[in-house]
Write a protein that binds this ligand. Structure first.
Ligand SMILES: [Zn+2]
Length: 429
């Protein structure tokens, strides 16, 4: 079956048919609408010689300047293109640096409606009328992600089961057994922890969900496969950020990359250092321009997330472009000897081993690396996992350049997935 985002995009195109030329023509019109709007109404973009009021070809967008997280620190007012009274929701986010001002993102009623529509179509990949979806995401604010997701699910007859972040696997497993959701939406590593915990439960047999949606962090293929095996379900992967209006991309049942939200956003993948577009198949930073946003349109916003445009067409036959699962560049890479260790590389190595449910790479002041792992599993040699990890090609490569220890977290230590974004961290004694 074709990606549901195909159906969503088709709504915007003449004749309801998605072809790449028709999509690009629609996106060029959307980019120009955004350029005209910000040119006349945004304090940050207005009157700038390097921001033209229109372009003739989408390729010309690559010559325009980027908008960065630093720019957003100037304040919401500098980016607003509607009156402050018409802003329906403001989200305040911490910025990458540990200090300095936070960034604020504003949405209009129309922007919120577009988010709900994206969720409605994206969720139809994994849930249908009469089903129940457990929302294992943090936050209770009106217009926050769990609230908007619940609203979107109700529009097609699905009952949302709000739960919150999965920080206590036992409590979450009890909730799943009692409520028997058909689908669970949650953080990838939290779901892996839940799957490992549920696999150990005594009778009665747990009620397994049929599908899960992993969202909010990097997803390695091994992790996705283990969640599928552990929960006896089909797993889907979603990527998004507040700046892009929560939703950005979601995979179809073919698992060949994430289809992009092309009806609301125009995406580019650029070299993180030169800023020039990179060809499909090559990793670069994901950049987007909003096409339909009214409160706070953004031109060429640098997400700080690395990804790769997939070169071939998806088996679902949708012509919509796809990306590989993105990962955070800041805090998720480390130069060791002659190569760059990234969070996806580490995840691929660590989550390939059954029994490991989470990990944290610590960097000591003397450059020693400590890889701490969390383990769960009945009938497995958990004590032997550190040694098995040390024997992997990746860790052998690391150990050739830096002292490296692999340790198992002490019993009861909260896993990193329950503490926010997973990053490489400086060791705190
Ligand atoms: Zn597909």
């Amino acid at each position: 079956m074709r990606s549901r985002l195909y159906d969503l995009t088709a709504l915007s195109l003449p004749g309801g048919l998605v072809s790449l030329p028709a999509l690009r023509e629609y996106q060029l019109a959307g980019v120009n609408k955004t350029l005209q709007t910000v040119h006349s109404r945004s304090r940050f973009y207005a009157g700038r010689a390097d921001i033209p009021p229109a372009i003739e070809r989408l390729e010309q967008l690559a010559d325009l300047p980027f908008t960065t997280e630093n720019d957003l620190k100037r304040g919401l007012e500098d980016f607003l293109c509607i009156s402050p009274g018409a802003v329906a929701r403001i989200v305040t986010l911490p910025t990458s640096g540990s200090t300095g001002p936070s960034k604020r993102i504003g949405f209009s009623d129309g922007d919120i409606e577009a988010i709900i529509t994206f969720f409605r179509y994206g969720m139809q990949e994994m849930a249908g009328p009469g089903m129940r979806v457990m929302i294992g995401l943090p936050g209770t604010a009106e217009y926050g992600v769990p609230h908007l997701l619940a609203t979107a699910l109700q529009t097609f007859g699905v009952t949302p089961l709000p739960y919150g972040a999965i920080t206590d696997f036992d409590a979450a497993a009890r909730f799943v057994c009692q409520q028997q959701p058909n689908c669970i939406v949650a953080h990838p590593v939290q779901l892996l922890g839940l799957a490992a915990h549920m696999a150990q439960l005594p009778t009665p047999t747990p009620a397994w969900p049929q599908t899960v949606l992993l969202t909010g962090d990097t997803v390695s293929p091994h992790l996705l496969a283990r969640v599928e095996r552990g929960l006896h379900c089909k797993a889907f992967n979603h990527y998004g950020s507040t700046e892009m209006g929560y939703g950005g991309a979601v995979d179809c049942g073919c698992h060949q990359g994430l289809h992009l939200r092309e009806n609301d956003l125009f995406f580019e993948v650029v070299h993180p250092d030169t800023g020039r577009p990179v060809p499909p198949g090559q990793a670069g930073e994901l950049v987007f321009t909003t096409l339909t946003r009214t409160a706070m349109p953004l031109v060429r916003y640098r997400t700080g997330d690395m990804t790769c445009l997939q070169p071939a067409t998806c088996s679902c036959t949708s012509p919509l472009p796809r990306i590989s699962p993105p990962w955070r560049r800041a805090g998720g890479r480390l130069r060791v000897g002659g190569f760059e260790l990234t969070l996806p590389l580490l995840d691929d190595c660590v989550f390939a081993l059954d029994g490991i449910t989470d990990c944290q790479l610590w960097i000591k002041p003397d450059d020693t690396l400590i890889l701490e792992i969390w383990t769960t599993g009945a009938g497995q040699d958990l004590a032997g996992l550190p040694l098995r990890l040390q024997q992997t090609e990746l860790l052998q490569k690391l150990a050739a350049h830096r002292p490296l220890e692999v340790v198992t977290a002490p019993p009861g230590a909260p896993p990193p997935c329950t503490q926010g974004k997973r990053l490489f961290r400086a060791f705190r004694a």
